[in-house]
Ligand binder design. Structure first.
Ligand code: NAP
Length: 311
């Protein structure tokens, strides 16, 4: 077995045609930067557990390298690729097919190569990965919840909002530092929130400014609170919500998984609420990508062990 590099460049990738690794490299995550990605840890563990003779690497690419890189992946017989920041939108025009959910979000994080047809198709596993993570963590479906998204104007927030809209959740409240982005999303999602289920005098879909008093009032009519911002990743980050704003009936999902216990999670637990971090979303979106590539479910236990560094 050959040891892969921590991060490959486009040149390194092209060199794999002459000097293949063992097991052969057939999967990758592409981004810029990409060194932080935990995807190889969980996917390589899942590949080994499934007895699939392939390995998964990280490739750092700039946007102008994407067309060449996609050709190289196809020439190397790649099964698929994950796409991370900042290329999730930029890959779309380079694909032959884009699944309707990925097209609606405007974001592809999974590419599947069909070598018989000579085509590449794009999918989004972040949105269904979010939905599955909520089900796994709290044993409830987003369709039955009143959901508040903090950071609805970012990429992850948009994916979560569109999944909630597709599932016709009971109520969706979008909060974003730049209010205009949340307002634009409300306009876009309005057709999904018709009068099918009424929430009394409350709007089923609305954007509210990032104001502590307005937020506290809004939280009276919310079941699930999701942090889709970057706030909480650094030790110096302020708490997004305080324990006094949260209530025991709240479910709090922080998309951040490093650190595992953010100040939001601490505040939720202090308020007697249930809380979970974003590790389950990382695993769920990875498992959905794996299914797109291999048409079978990966071992979730192996993925968890891989992330813990146990495999
Ligand atoms: P992004 O596109 O850059 O969006 C960042 C969001 O955070 C925007 O809504 C932004 O608001 C908001 N924000 C940033 N700094 C802020 C501040 N100081 N005050 C208030 N709001 C602030 O990033 P992303 O890709 O959506 O990722 C967001 C988070 O989700 C990251 O922590 C990422 O690690 C996590 N994530 C986790 C998973 C998983 O599998 N667990 C998957 C995807 C993402 P503005 O619009 O006003 O700038």
């Amino acid at each position: 077995m050959s040891t892969p590099k921590a991060v490959y460049s486009l040149e390194d990738l092209e060199a794999l045609a002459q000097s293949p690794l063992d097991p052969p490299v057939k999967l990758a995550v592409i981004g810029h930067p990409v060194a932080h990605s935990r995807s190889p840890d969980m996917h390589n563990a899942a590949l080994r557990a499934a007895g699939i003779d392939s390995q998964y690497i990280r490739v750092d690419l700039t946007e102008d390298q994407l067309p060449q890189a996609l050709q190289t992946f196809a020439a190397l017989g790649f099964t698929g690729v994950n796409v991370t920041i900042p290329h999730k939108g930029a890959v779309i025009p380079l694909l032959d097919q884009v699944d309707p959910l990925a097209a609606r979000i405007g974001s592809v994080n999974t590419i599947v190569f069909d070598h018989e047809q000579g085509t590449k198709a794009g999918f989004n596993s972040d949105a269904p990965g979010f939905r599955q993570a909520i089900r796994d963590e709290f044993a409830v479906d987003v369709q039955d919840l009143r959901v508040l998204l903090l950071g609805a104007g970012g990429g992850a927030g948009r994916a979560a909002a569109i999944q909630c809209a597709n599932d016709h959740c009971d109520r969706l409240v979008l909060v974003n530092r730049t209010l205009e982005k949340a307002q634009a999303l409300v306009k876009e999602l309005q057709p999904d929130f018709g009068p099918r289920r009424l929430a009394g005098p409350l709007a089923r879909l609305e954007a509210i400014p990032w104001d502590p008093d307005l937020l506290t009032r809004a939280l009276d009519h919310i079941d699930l609170i999701v942090n889709c911002t970057n706030i909480g990743m650094k030790a110096a980050d302020s708490a997004l919500l305080t324990a006094s704003q949260l209530q025991p009936h709240h479910l709090v999902y922080d998309m951040i998984y490093a650190p595992p216990r953010t100040r939001l999670i601490e505040a939720a637990e202090a308020a007697g609420a249930r809380a979970a971090n974003g590790l389950s979303m990382l695993i769920c979106q990875g498992a959905i990508s794996f299914e797109y590539w291999f048409n079978r479910r990966p071992s979730i236990d192996a993925m968890k062990r891989g992330l813990r560094g146990g495999e």
